[in-house]
Design a protein around this ligand. Structure first.
Ligand code: NAP
Length: 284
């Protein structure tokens, strides 16, 4: 069996076209959706991520501001910038690129963002809203994974067993909550799981969000299962790869996401969706 590909680039294009339409409609009403992206320090990977986010905004007709600060910026200075952006009516979404330099407390910074502008969905109030089914902002990466499932007709997951590998606050846990909200039966695995393969072999859907190559191999996948690969790693040749042994697993799975070209572009797309949503809520 050769799995069908869930193409994150193609799905992103489609969703970004809808974002552009919504942005144009809002702009015509005098509200140009605006995203502020803050980068502190010169982490090379973060520089690429923020550039891509700002470019995606521009391509979809959103206003974006990139604020770059020296690694020596103090926590108090960063909190003051966030406070100013919280009060800026031209800005509907605020994203602080992580990781921050060690002398700045990530949690304190994220909690300083107004929940109404928390388009990354990392604020405690966004996580709480997801938990109890209230309106908030969904964390972009798991939100993108849910859209990928929807794109193959898997919106209501009643009767499906989903296994999430990883339990971080930004991917694994919100992913599990979103799958639960879509009526799946959910198992969350992590480094303390005794027999990962025994869990994943029961799954109709496996989401791998670990950050280690080959965490999921063909022998761990039920034939026909949907496999979503969130991981971002480098192989021996230095090329981007996921957590899934793609070549092996694609022979067993029914659907699979590639890396690159899978969850990565969807994460940025859902940031645009959240920003539009924030602006629409503000204009309502
Ligand atoms: P993280 O905070 O390091 O969490 C990794 C999780 O994997 C932890 O829950 C850990 O368990 C679990 N784990 C580690 N080794 C394991 C093993 N052998 N078997 C089962 N579980 C294991 O990472 P993260 O921030 O969630 O990110 C995960 C991956 O997704 C990374 O590669 C990251 O780069 C990527 N990512 C991609 C995107 C994207 O847009 N494509 C966005 C965000 C993240 P414990 O909790 O027990 O330690």
């Amino acid at each position: 069996m050769t799995a069908q590909l869930i193409d994150g680039n193609a799905l992103s294009q489609q969703i970004r076209a809808e974002v552009a339409q919504r942005a144009a409609a809002l702009t015509a009403r005098g509200v140009k959706p605006g995203l502020a992206v803050i980068l502190v320090g010169d982490n090379p990977a973060s520089q690429v991520y923020v550039r891509n986010k700002v470019k995606a905004c521009e391509d979809s007709g959103l206003h974006s501001v990139l604020e770059k600060y020296d690694a020596a910026m103090t926590e108090a200075e960063l909190l003051a910038r966030i406070d100013a952006l919280n009060r800026d009516p031209a800005i509907h979404g605020i994203l602080v690129q992580l990781p921050l330099p060690k002398h700045i407390d990530d949690h304190k910074v994220i909690e300083a963002i107004s929940p109404a502008k928390d388009v990354d969905g990392f604020h405690v109030s966004s996580a709480g809203a997801l938990m109890v089914g209230e309106v908030g902002f969904k964390a972009c990466t798991p939100y993108g994974c849910m859209k990928m499932l929807e794109s193959i007709g898997m919106k209501d997951l009643r009767g499906k067993h989903a296994v999430v590998i990883g339990r971080s606050n930004i991917v694994g846990k919100p992913m599990a909550m979103m799958l639960l909200a879509a009526n799946a039966t959910v198992t969350v695995c992590h480094s303390g799981t005794a027999d990962l393969g025994a869990m994943t072999r029961q799954a109709d859907i496996v989401v791998a969000a670990v950050g280690k190559r080959n965490v999921l191999t063909a022998d761990m996948v039920r034939p026909g299962a949907v496999v979503i690969d969130v991981g971002m790693n480098r192989n021996d040749a230095g090329k981007l790869c996921g957590d899934v042994d793609f070549d092996g697993v694609k022979e067993v799975a029914g659907w699979i996401t590639p890396v690159p070209g899978g969850v990565g572009p969807m994460t940025i797309t859902m940031l645009l969706v959240n920003t539009i949503e924030a602006a629409e809520r503000c204009a309502a």
